[in-house]
Design a binder for this molecule. Structure first.
Ligand code: DC
Length: 221
């Protein structure tokens, strides 16, 4: 691909964004930036420091100097916190809610968005998150809003956690997903919202390949 392009994939937890973003980046041979991983790393940092993710003053004490790096090895994103690869640890189910809580803080978002824009400014990429099309890259070349019913999303998350060796009940996951939806879409600063110019795709009854084909047809790249 010669022209530099940016593709924004936003949507709620478990909508399938990351599966699609990964496949899309491979197909187009461009970078995939999982922005949720960055908020997860912030949540993990707070947990390790014994600071509540809702304690804005406490979080402010470390966020500006956070040692967080996103590196790529064989095209796979690795999240490095304080020199340690935490890519696996941040996928723990407990970290999901920490990430949702800490991501509501403006000081955290300002810092993460700075990093995201820096990465997206350097090369073609697909970014997945909650506020990419509305806030991080309002001028992205293509914007998609990926959704699915909460039952489908909970089932997908359950499978993903099981694959990673963590067994959590469907009911617990569904409740957590709905809580995160509420948190993420009701926060004051850059909430989860479909950008006016984003194409919405409900993936409830679609396979990843069908979603990918639809996106490729729309982008025409
Ligand atoms: O996509 P994820 O489940 O890994 O994201 C974890 C949390 O991070 C999510 O509940 C909300 C937050 N997040 C955000 O606020 N903005 C983003 N661009 C990405 C994630």
């Amino acid at each position: 691909m010669k022209r530099k392009i940016t593709i924004a994939l936003d949507g709620p937890s478990g909508s399938g964004k990351s599966t699609i973003a990964k496949a899309l980046s491979e197909k187009l041979d461009i970078l995939y930036l999982d922005t949720g991983a960055m908020y997860r790393a912030c949540g993990l940092k707070a947990e390790k420091s014994g600071i509540s993710c809702k304690d804005e003053k406490g979080v402010m004490s470390f966020i500006n100097d956070i040692d967080l790096k996103i590196v790529y090895s064989d095209g796979v994103q690795h999240t490095i916190l304080d020199g340690e690869d935490v890519s696996k640890e941040i996928r723990r189910n407990e970290v999901s809610m920490l990430a949702s809580d800490i991501s509501a803080l403006k000081c955290v978002r300002l810092k993460m968005v700075e990093l995201q824009r820096q990465i997206a400014g350097e090369m073609s990429c697909v970014l997945d998150g909650r506020d990419i099309g509305t806030h991080v890259l309002p001028n992205a070349d293509f914007k998609f809003f990926i959704t699915a019913s909460s039952d489908v999303r909970a089932e997908r998350r359950k499978k993903e956690l099981l694959f990673r060796g963590q067994e959590v009940s469907f009911e617990t996951i569904k409740k957590e997903i709905e809580q995160r939806d509420f948190n993420d879409s009701h926060r004051e600063f850059a909430p989860l919202r479909k950008a006016d110019d984003a194409v919405e795709i409900d993936t409830s009854d679609m396979t990843p390949d069908e979603v990918l084909d639809k996106i490729l047809a729309i982008t025409g790249v």
